[in-house]
Design a protein around this ligand. Structure first.
Ligand code: M6R
Length: 364
């Protein structure tokens, strides 16, 4: 049941800290604090490149995964949504790593992409929540997300569990490829191990999130912005809002705003920015200043360090603990999903079963 929560989605949002912790337990050896993967039938040190594919939220998790695999492991990555990847016929080097991500393991397009990658002699590593699924049977290796059953059509905890697995995979890949020394690895693992308790801190921001929800619920269009690994977080926030509140939302890489969407900005289009204090913070801040100068109302998801710099222009803020840049997309996902939830509650929609949507999309 819903354990006293209003909806399964609310219950599942509250499971983020637990699920991140359980997924880490599966991937990090407690004694050595090192990432330990199951035996792989290929060598991460020598895979020439990775090709990532998935649908919906799982695809956004893959985008964060690309960011980590490229920046930490220096592994070249190609990524596309599965419905495009399966028909693209991209040139692929045999022995590449095919990285498939799916909560259900049954999504038709992702499964078809898996099969087309396999035909090109690509190793298939799938990140799956349902471990006895069709995709699991057809993969060379499965890394399980330990999210438990996800009932709400809108994915929440499965997404942060996917990010957690991809973070660990990136660390292991980097170690294998010699791009991460022991000290740096320790720092990244520490940042991940710290996440369950930092994630629990997010729920203290409920009042700020509900204040923002009251503004967003009145809007017809909402613009989500983020840079670097926060860009997929913005995309996740926008998708969640569309799915369950039926409000149109679009996510843009913050630097792209001035190439078009800036002309949309006025008081009626709230701007939701994911902007924790990372090395890209100042860049995002200057984009937000531009939006503010054009009458934009800024709802900013940041951290204690970022809040000092952005408070002067923000209409409202959700201030999370400051964490390592590596862990920030995982932590910052939670409040943007909560925002979508609170907006849907205000709008009175069928939160767990939004119209026209299925939990698992098993037809093309
Ligand atoms: O089961 P999957 O992870 O393969 O599903 C992929 C998408 O259908 C899914 O993430 C969808 O976008 C969710 N409703 C998002 O909340």
């Amino acid at each position: 049941g819903k354990d006293g929560y209003r909806h399964f989605m609310e219950k599942e949002l509250h499971e983020h800290p637990l699920v991140i912790g359980q997924t880490l337990q599966r991937m990090v050896d407690p004694a050595s604090r090192r990432v330990v993967l199951p035996d792989l039938p290929f060598d991460l040190a020598t895979v020439p490149r990775a090709v990532i594919t998935a649908c919906g939220s799982a695809f956004y998790a893959g985008m964060v995964g690309r960011y980590w695999l490229e920046s930490i492991a220096q592994l070249p990555v190609d990524i596309d949504v599965a419905s495009e990847m399966r028909y693209r016929n991209p040139p692929l080097t045999a022995g590449s790593l095919g990285l498939l991500i799916s909560q259900s393991g049954e999504t038709a397009d992702t499964l078809a992409a898996l099969r087309s990658l396999r035909q090109k002699a690509v190793h298939i590593l799938s990140v799956l929540n349902v471990e006895h699924s069709t995709m699991a049977r057809e993969s060379d290796v499965v890394l399980g997300t330990v999210a438990g059953p996800e009932i709400s059509v809108a994915s929440t905890k499965a997404f942060t569990a996917q990010l957690t697995v991809l973070a660990c995979l990136s660390i292991a890949t980097a170690r294998a490829r010699g791009t991460l020394d022991a000290l740096a690895e320790e720092e990244l693992v520490a940042a991940l191990l710290d996440l369950p308790s930092r994630a629990a801190d997010v729920f203290a921001q409920g009042d700020a999130i509900r204040r923002m929800a009251a503004i967003v619920a009145e809007a017809r269009d909402v613009l989500y912005l983020g840079r670097g690994s926060m860009f997929p977080v913005a995309m996740e926030g926008a998708l969640k809002l569309k799915e369950i509140s039926y409000i149109h939302a679009e996510a843009y890489a913050a630097g792209e705003m001035k190439h078009g969407p800036i002309s949309l900005i006025d008081r009626t289009v709230p701007i939701v920015a994911s902007a924790p204090y990372t090395p890209l913070f100042d860049k995002t801040l200057s984009n937000l200043q531009e939006a503010k100068a054009r009458g934009g109302r800024l709802l900013v998801f940041t951290d204690t360090k970022g809040a000092e710099r952005v408070s002067a222009i923000a209409e409202d803020m959700v201030v999370l603990p400051h964490v390592h840049e590596f862990a920030a997309p995982i932590l910052q996902t939670i409040p943007v999903q909560m925002l979508a939830y609170e907006v849907a509650v205000l709008k009175g929609t069928d939160v767990d079963q939004p119209r026209n949507l299925a939990k698992s999309v098993t037809v093309e």
